[in-house]
Structure formats: C-alpha cells, structure tokens
Design a protein around this ligand. Structure first.
Ligand code: FE2
Length: 323
C-alpha cells in the first residue's frame, strides 16, 4: 500500500470489498479518522482535513469509484452540507423524477419512496445529457434491518455482457435504446416517481409539455392519454467511456422491470434472457454498504451504479448531487 503513504485518513474495512486496480485499492475505499479522541475527531477537523486534501480525495475517488467516510462526528443535515461544501464540488440541480425533498442547502432526502420497495441499480440521471458526475449520501438514521445501499462498478457489467452477448452489445452500441415513460398527473405515494404536476411545478398541460421538452432529455415523442403524459426518450449513448479505460453500462437495463423494458433504436425488442442476465450480473457484482449513523458515501456516478435494498423503518439517508 505504498501509494497510500500520503493518505490523510486511516483505512478501514467492510465486508465484500473488491480489489479494483493494480494498486490494490479496494472498492469502496473506507476512510476513518486518524485521531479518534474527542478533542481530535471534531467536525471542524474533518472539514479541515477534506479542504486540505481535496486533490487526494478527487484522485482516489476517480481511481476507486466509491469512498466511505466512517466514524466522523456528523450530527445533522447541516453538518453534511458543510462536508459537501468542503469537498469543493459544484452543486448540480436534480432534474429527475424521483421523489425528493430539499432538507437544507444542497442536501435532499435520498428518496421518499416507501422503504419496503427496492430501488434497482442505476446511474443517477442516466438519461439526461447532463448528469451529476458525483453523488454523496449521508446516513442520519441507520435502518434496523435491510436498507443497504448497494453499489457496483458499471463497466464490469459491460465487460461481462460483451463476453456473454457480443452481438447484442454491438447492436446496443450502434442502435441505442428508446425508453417510454408514463407520468400520471398526481403523485402516487407508493411509487418512487412523482407525477408530472409536481415534476414540472404546474397543473397546466401545455406548460408541463414545454418544460418536459426543454428539460434536458432527448424526447422524441410526447403524447397525452387523458391526464397522463407519455413520452419516448432516445438515449444515444447506452455505454460511456470513462477516463479512457472504462466502458460504463450507462443505461437503465438494470433498472426497468421486464414490462417497462426499453427497446432498441431500430424498434426491436430486447430478448428477455438478455435483460435477466443483465440483472443477474448486476447482483453478482454488487457490494452492499450497511449503513452506520454519520456515514458519508461518495460515488463517482460516471462509472458506479447504486441501488437501495428494502428496509425496515426508520431509515433516513440524505443525498447531494455534484456537477
Ligand atoms: Fe439514485
């Protein structure tokens, strides 16, 4: 671990960590305070360590894809907000349709969807041309059972899909995917997506339509079925090359269930077997972060996907998005 001589933290361990590169670095990298005494381990000292080691943090996030800061004395959303400011990354506005509430500053609830529902693997805002390159989560209340955030290296899915279905992956690269989205007018408290009236902050269909077409998605067709807004999104890049050597699986084949699966750009349906394999590979590559109070997890959203496991209440995870 010679390369970690300049590490401003102690290295910790969690179950399932994987070696990600030739330096022997682990995914996720677990970072603990060097001084655990009450006088040494303060929020101020944590913020100072982050501010004076921004380059080291950026560099290792890029190398590993996920950093878990554990054992630091964060007590509130406002402490987490201060940590986000200390990293120095610009805030990115969240434009997706997940149900979130702004808590403080640049901090939101991670998702208001009922806790018993899993949220499958995805890159945040994967269908937007402009998506956050980094995400951070903070654990305010750790769930008593379940509720882990699972993470995986997305390019591992591409590698394994290329091995198993080379022709399909070539076609996917060439054709891209077409997604269909249906938004009811009202929010459904049992769904993790919100209705169009909340999403576009209007009850006026025309205004909502304008905002949808202007909202950073490549919408090719928008229609109304009564009060339901339906649109098709064409996502040309289903994979993205990251830092020259990683081909991220930047699509929602791990997210949609079979009945809402996207189709290929030429209109052909994706074989059920391919989607099922993709979901299985995602599970095999997954690492679960079992939350402890005050944990902060930072992800490189360009090549790391995340998912939420079903949870017993209470669970309160906050999130922040960075450009
Ligand atoms: Fe997410």
């Amino acid at each position: 671990m010679g390369k970690l001589q300049d590490c401003p933290f102690h290295l910790g361990k969690i179950a399932q960590q994987k070696v990600v590169n030739e330096d022997g670095l682990l995914f996720p990298m677990v970072l603990l305070p060097q001084d655990v005494s009450d006088e040494g381990n303060t929020l101020q000292s944590f913020l100072h360590t982050i501010e004076s080691n921004r380059e080291w943090i950026d560099d290792h996030l890029k190398k590993v894809g996920a950093l878990l800061f554990r054992g630091f004395p964060l007590k509130s959303a406002s402490d987490f907000n201060a940590v986000m400011e200390a990293f120095g990354w610009d805030e990115m506005a969240y434009l997706g349709a997940a149900s979130r509430i702004r808590v403080e500053g640049r901090v939101f609830t991670a998702n208001e969807a009922p806790l018993h529902q899993p949220i499958k693997f995805h890159h945040e805002m994967a269908l937007f041309e402009d998506f956050p390159t980094k995400l951070a989560f903070y654990c305010e209340i750790a769930p008593p059972d379940g509720g882990q955030t699972a993470i995986l290296l997305s390019h591992k899915i591409t590698e394994r899909m290329e091995e198993k279905y080379p022709e399909f992956v070539t076609k996917l690269e060439k054709e891209g995917l077409i997604y269909s989205a249906i938004f009811p007018a009202d929010d459904d408290p049992n769904d993790f997506l919100i209705g169009w009236q909340t999403l576009y902050k209007t009850k006026d269909k025309e205004e909502a339509q304008r905002k949808a077409l202007d909202g950073g998605l490549k919408i090719s067709k928008l229609t109304w079925d009564g009060n339901k807004m339906t649109f098709q999104i064409e996502a040309s890049d289903s994979m993205r090359i990251v830092d020259g050597d990683k081909k991220a699986w930047f699509n929602l084949l791990t997210f949609n269930d079979l009945k809402n699966a996207p189709i290929l750009g030429d209109g052909s349906v994706i074989p059920k077997e391919v989607i099922e394999s993709c979901l299985q590979i995602a599970e095999e590559e997954a690492i679960e972060v079992k939350w402890e109070v005050a944990d902060v997890v930072v992800l490189d959203n360009r090549f790391v996907m995340h998912a939420r496991r079903p949870s017993k209440p209470p669970r309160r995870i906050l999130a922040a998005f960075c450009k």
